[in-house]
Design a protein around this ligand. Structure first.
Ligand code: IVH
Length: 698
């Protein structure tokens, strides 16, 4: 048998290597099971040989004793803050100042995201992680070493394979909670009756300040290095910030892949805009871009004011969270009858847009937040996502003299606010639904809007406003009625809608505009008559039949009649159609009303392509589920999906344990992170193109 000390050293080296590959190089080198085996062997050997104990062993990341308080740590080099800028002009001034004082007409900057986490300092002595501290007031922070040890991407030992390690290295950077980890933690907390986190930043702060490191280990944090503190000796050839980042990376520290260099004011502003456009797709929260003069000699020339360098600045993005007040709580009824509570808000600007409504999702969420009329709330709007209420500011709830809240807890109505039908909530479902079906005007409208939408029948111009009028004045009851509308119907309807809204059309001119608009709509409806089976199936709005299931069904059955005739057992044979969806489809087509609508669509001239069923489990990707995420340079995601499907793949929108391959394009976000965590095979665009070319499908 080998010498246990040698085996221990070997195991530590292999585990450190696997961590480094996984967290720093983005390369999942060994399977999880193998990793776990190595870990267990190391734990057993260390337990049997206490003389081999070492604080930088990978086994030392979790399981330390809780402490009663954090010790103070004096930073040997103070941790600075950054000046802030919001407007481009402030950046123009900042760069002009640098150009003037350095005499460099186009200075080089190192540009990075401004992470929305917590600044920390990590101290390595002779390559071993000895202490981690929070920023505190910049001079003195708190010792959070035990908690930082649980952060898997922070190396416990620096790598010396690319050059010597300095005796002392104090690295600064940001600890943060990735968005995916935040979502997962909150899902877990909800299921287990624990308190949820308000946002990833609070999540990171709370985790780091846990007195019990075992609690920190449960809330996965991440880290990027972005600055240096005390360094005993800088290596030769590191004369700029960007070179320093490359050096830190070689030592095994995580560096943000978004960091790059940019020249002059145009360069930094281009970075700001590019990163801002991708902000929501990044796997972590950011609140700005940071520009640092790259050359150290130029940094020295610029110096400092108080606690901030004059050679660096943070250029902030508009806040995604703001405070406002709830004026009322309404419910909206969706296409499937789902009741969505909506908070009507005192208008507030969030990330550049005035927000007046925010979704409260469902009754569970309302109960969890305990939102009431009159409450001060935090609303969040990120990118294209619908604004949502994230929490109530409890201290500001309006109360009477006795201290009791002025308003009672909100409860969803028990009858539909639109049609008066009963509201039901199926067991195990979070959503409450109106039982009125197409009797309910709200559901009818939503069904029409869905039917006309771009990815369904694609009837351009048939927006919400016209659908409202069409339903309210009784021109259409079912989607098939759309195909019987005449020019006169539209003009009539427009006149009635204008009258109702109190707009009196200026006869001749308005009449012309109206007829032009109605002609366009008629021809858009006409154009939608010739379509594909998968579009019709999606457009019908069968519950749980989204675009991808519609496509699968169209391919599997080839035509509508055999699908309509299929029973639940037959439907369950279709790839990815489970018992619930099979039952929904069978019920839908069993319903006489739905069969009438389909017959009426046909009678009104709607035609779709039909063909032979395609059930081959052939093709190089047969049986594999593929997820596309991020942008591709050479084609759209839809095109790529179609090519992959032609090779037998099932293309899905979400990553799970069943996913076979994730294709990650530019700025891939949380799906990529999840895939990495699940150890799923990941392809970049190049690999995809090579594969398609090899299979004659480029
Ligand atoms: S550099 C000498 N770089 O911003 C400059 N800071 O206001 C030292 N921050 O407390 C900081 N991302 O928490 C720097 N890429 C980045 C950053 C960053 C976030 C935070 C950090 C610091 C604050 C300064």
């Amino acid at each position: 048998m080998t010498d246990p000390a040698a085996r221990i050293a070997e195991l530590r080296r292999r585990i450190d290597d696997a961590n480094h590959r996984y967290y720093i190089l983005d390369d999942n080198s060994i399977p999880d099971a193998e990793y776990d085996r190595l870990m267990r062997e190391l734990e057993a050997l260390e337990a049997a040989h206490p003389e081999c104990a070492d604080v930088s062993s990978p086994t030392q990341r979790v399981g330390n004793q809780p402490s009663s308080k954090f010790e103070e740590v004096a930073h040997s080099v103070p941790m600075l803050s950054l000046g802030n800028a919001f407007a481009d002009e402030e950046i123009v001034d900042f760069v002009a100042r640098i150009e003037k004082e350095t005499g460099d007409g186009a200075p080089m900057f190192s540009v990075e995201p401004k992470f929305d986490g917590l600044a920390i300092s990590l101290r390595y002595e002779h390559g071993v992680f000895v202490r981690g501290a929070t920023r505190g007031d910049g001079s003195t922070g708190e010792d959070v070493t035990a908690n930082l040890r649980t952060v898997k991407c922070i190396p416990l030992r620096l790598r010396d394979d690319a050059g010597p390690v300095p005796d002392v290295l104090d690295v600064r950077g940001e600890v943060f909670m990735p968005k995916a980890a935040f979502d997962r933690y909150n899902a877990w907390a909800l299921a287990n009756g624990e308190k949820t986190l308000a946002n990833p930043r609070n999540g990171a702060a709370g985790s780091l300040r846990q007195l019990d490191p075992r609690m920190t280990a449960k809330r996965p944090l991440s880290f990027y290095a972005y600055a240096l503190g005390e360094v005993s000796a800088m290596p030769a050839g590191v004369d700029t910030h960007s070179q320093a980042l490359a050096w830190l990376k070689a030592l095994g520290l995580p560096i943000c892949p978004e960091a790059r260099t940019a020249r002059g004011v145009d360069g930094v502003l281009a970075f700001y805009r590019d990163l801002g456009a991708r902000r929501d797709a990044l796997p972590y929260d950011i609140d700005g871009s940071v520009y640092k003069l790259d050359r150290y000699d130029q940094q020295r020339a610029m110096g400092f004011v108080s606690r901030a360098p004059r050679w660096a600045i943070a250029h902030k993005y508009p806040a995604q969270e703001e405070m406002t007040f709830v004026e009322a709580i309404d419910v909206q009824v969706g296409r499937t009858g789902a009741l969505t509570p909506v908070a009507r808000l005192k208008p507030v600007q969030v990330a550049g847009v005035v927000v007046t409504n925010a979704t409260l999702h469902n009754a569970d969420q309302v109960a969890r937040l305990d939102v009431r009329v009159g409450d001060a709330v935090i609303v969040r709007r990120a990118g294209d996502v619908i604004p949502e209420v994230v929490r109530v500011i409890d201290e500001r709830r309006p109360r009477d003299a006795a201290g009791e809240p002025l308003y009672p807890p909100y409860a969803l109505p028990t009858v539909c606010p639109v049609c008066g039908s009963a509201v039901e909530r199926e067991e195990g479902e979070v959503v409450a639904r109106c039982t009125g079906g197409l009797f309910c005007a709200a559901q009818r409208k939503q069904a029409l809007i869905h039917f006309a939408s771009r990815r369904a029948m694609d009837i351009e111009g048939l927006g919400e406003r016209f659908v409202d009028a069409l339903v309210e004045f009784g021109y259409v009851k079912t989607v098939a009625d759309l195909y019987r509308l005449t020019l006169d119907d539209f003009l009539d309807m427009k006149r009635r809608a204008d009258e109702r809204e109190g707009t009196t059309p200026e006869t001749v001119k308005a009449g012309k505009v109206a007829s032009k608009w109605a002609e366009n709509l008629i021809s858009a409806i006409d154009a939608s008559r010739d379509t594909a089976l998968e579009r019709v199936l999606f457009a019908l709005g069968i519950r749980d039949v989204g675009e991808s299931t519609a496509k699968t069904l169209a391919r599997y059955f080839g035509a509508l009649d055999p699908l309509m005739a299929a029973d639940e057992d037959t439907l369950k044979q279709v790839p990815d159609v489970g018992p619930i969806v099979a039952a929904r489809i069978a019920h839908f087509f069993a319903e006489p009303h739905n069969r009438e609508v389909i017959a009426a669509l046909r009678a009104n001239g709607v035609r779709w392509t039909e063909g032979a069923p395609q059930r081959s489990s052939e093709g190089p990707l047969a049986g594999k589920t593929v997820v596309l995420t991020g942008g591709l340079a050479s084609m759209s995601r839809d095109e790529a999906g179609a090519k992959l499907e032609a090779l037998g793949a099932k293309v899905s929108g979400s990553v799970s344990k069943k996913t076979g391959i994730v294709i990650a394009g530019e700025a891939a976000g949380s799906k990529l992170v999840k895939a990495q965590e699940l150890g799923i095979e990941i392809w970049d665009e190049e690999k995809l193109l090579v594969f398609l070319a090899e299979h004659d499908n480029a």
